[in-house]
Design a protein around this ligand. Structure first.
Ligand SMILES: Cc1cc2nc3c(=O)[nH]c(=O)nc-3n(C[C@H](O)[C@H](O)[C@H](O)COP(=O)(O)O)c2cc1C
Length: 158
């Protein structure tokens, strides 16, 4: 069975709502493709996620708020813990990012992308950025991301 791993941090609710939407989209796409049994969808907060989780993932979605112009401290902690154990061992696996921010978001996006570049994952779409509100169109983008990743690894096309 393949695995879609969704790792996120939230200090409130917004990034969690986005993570839930990614998972919802993944489950819906798998159900539609009658591939429910082919992909496991795992949702973890950064604090609970490990290098083993990432090594076992066929696709990755990362979600963080922007704090002080950067990714959240918990996302940085996760990336610091997994970087060296995973370096050279997850190359080419599909990934994408979702960010929740008050008014900017660029610092969170740039900082995560810079680190993930070192893991040589394959970015499947531009980051999803929710500014101020997590609107229905943003949630729809998150669902679409989950569907793309789950259906893509189920079909072996990502
Ligand atoms: C300590 C702290 C620092 C923040 N710094 C920024 C920032 O630099 N840029 C920004 O756009 N929003 C900033 N925000 C706003 C959050 O990114 C925004 O409220 C986000 O949607 C929170 O997501 P959450 O509900 O998942 O925790 C900050 C919030 C906190 C609590």
């Amino acid at each position: 069975m393949k695995t879609l791993l969704i790792v996120y941090h939230t200090q409130g609710v917004k990034t969690a709502q986005m993570a839930e939407a990614v998972a919802r989209g993944a489950h819906a796409a798998l159900h539609e493709a009658q591939a429910d049994g082919e992909v496991r969808v795992i949702v973890k907060r950064c604090a609970d996620a490990s290098a083993e989780d990432l090594l076992g993932a066929d696709a990755l979605a990362l979600g963080t708020p922007e704090n002080f112009g950067y990714m959240s401290g918990m996302m940085k902690d996760f990336l610091e813990r997994v970087f060296y154990p995973c370096e050279g061992r997850v190359e080419g696996r599909p990934w994408a990012l979702f960010v929740s921010a008050g008014q900017d978001g660029r610092g969170a996006i740039t900082s995560v992308e810079r680190i993930v570049t070192g893991l040589r994952l394959k970015k499947v779409r531009d980051p999803i950025l929710a500014l101020r509100e997590v609107t229905p169109p943003i949630l729809a983008q998150c669902e679409e991301l989950g569907a793309t990743l789950a259906a893509g690894i189920a079909a072996g096309v990502l």
